[in-house]
Design a protein around this ligand. Structure first.
Ligand code: NAD
Length: 247
């Protein structure tokens, strides 16, 4: 599939000093990590992820939520970065500053070589104490049950931000600073419905950035974007990198 880009867009992009990419589950879909909107499979098909990824669900049934995360950790452990992640990492050879703001918890941007990554929703490979929120190093696990915190004895939870929870202040500040500073803001593979991430492109646009969406489907951001590039990130981002690097 060949991809072409409007000339005005390439010219404006080439002049950018700071490029920001907000990414969502769609960029990792081509690595085999299912998005939340895709049907859950196997044993988990009857559960709604938005009802498992909450503090209330964990309090109600810690073992169930822990097992679901163990399954997702297993899927993510088998995944590796795809051409979309790698092209975004390649942007660092083209622009003086590139910031990736990701809603993904899979760590695939860092694995691909991106060096300035703000993990808005945490990282599934980390563990936190449920009561104190402090990091807990990996330790002995009891099969099917959350481990307990060696300090306070409460349950250990995955190091991700659940629905209904606030993002850490420092993380949100870093995201707003990047959005305010950049000249071009990409929104890639996100349905643009989960706040506060969904508002970041609008904030960037208010501060003067060009907003570009990359997604095979329209989203609530589409009418507000300066340009919508329809298609999978794994095709469009490598084509864009090639357009920027070929004279
Ligand atoms: P989402 O599931 O709501 O939306 C995914 C979006 O990606 C959709 O708009 C879809 O059209 C688009 N898409 C699908 N395939 C694509 C492709 N190949 N290229 C580009 N776009 C593609 O995901 P979201 O917006 O990230 O928000 C839901 C929440 O799910 C977030 O909080 C996130 O933390 C969490 N989540 C993370 C992962 C992960 O870490 N990989 C996986 C699932 C869910």
């Amino acid at each position: 599939m060949s991809v072409s880009f409007p000339l005005w867009f390439l010219e404006r992009l080439r002049r950018a000093h700071h490029v920001v990419a907000l990414t969502g589950a769609g960029i990792s879909a081509e690595s085999g990590v299912p998005t939340f909107r895709e049907a859950q499979t196997g044993l988990w098909a009857r559960y709604d992820p938005t009802e498992l990824a909450t503090p209330e669900a964990f309090l109600r049934d810690p073992a169930l939520v822990w097992r679901w995360y163990a399954w997702r950790r297993g899927l993510i452990a088998q995944a590796s970065p795809n051409p979309g992640h790698r092209a975004l990492a390649g942007f660092e050879d083209v622009f003086p500053k590139v910031t990736v703001l990701t809603q993904n918890v899979d760590g695939l941007h860092t694995q691909a070589g991106s060096t300035r990554v703000v993990e808005l929703h945490g990282n599934i490979h980390r563990n936190l104490c449920f009561r104190e929120g402090a990091p807990v190093p990996p330790g002995a696990e009891r099969p099917g049950e959350p481990p307990t915190c060696p300090r306070c004895g409460d349950y250990v939870r995955p190091g991700v931000v659940w629905f209904g929870e606030m993002l850490p202040t420092a993380v949100l500040q870093a995201a707003h600073q990047a959005a305010a500073e950049c000249e071009v803001f990409f929104s890639i593979g996100t349905s643009s419905v989960v706040e506060p991430a969904a508002s970041l492109p609008l904030f960037a646009r208010d501060k003067g950035a060009l907003v570009v969406e990359i997604n095979p489907a329209a989203t609530p951001l589409t009418p507000h974007a300066d340009l919508s590039l329809r298609g999978p990130a794994g095709h469009i981002l490598p084509a864009l990198l090639a357009a920027l690097t070929t004279p």
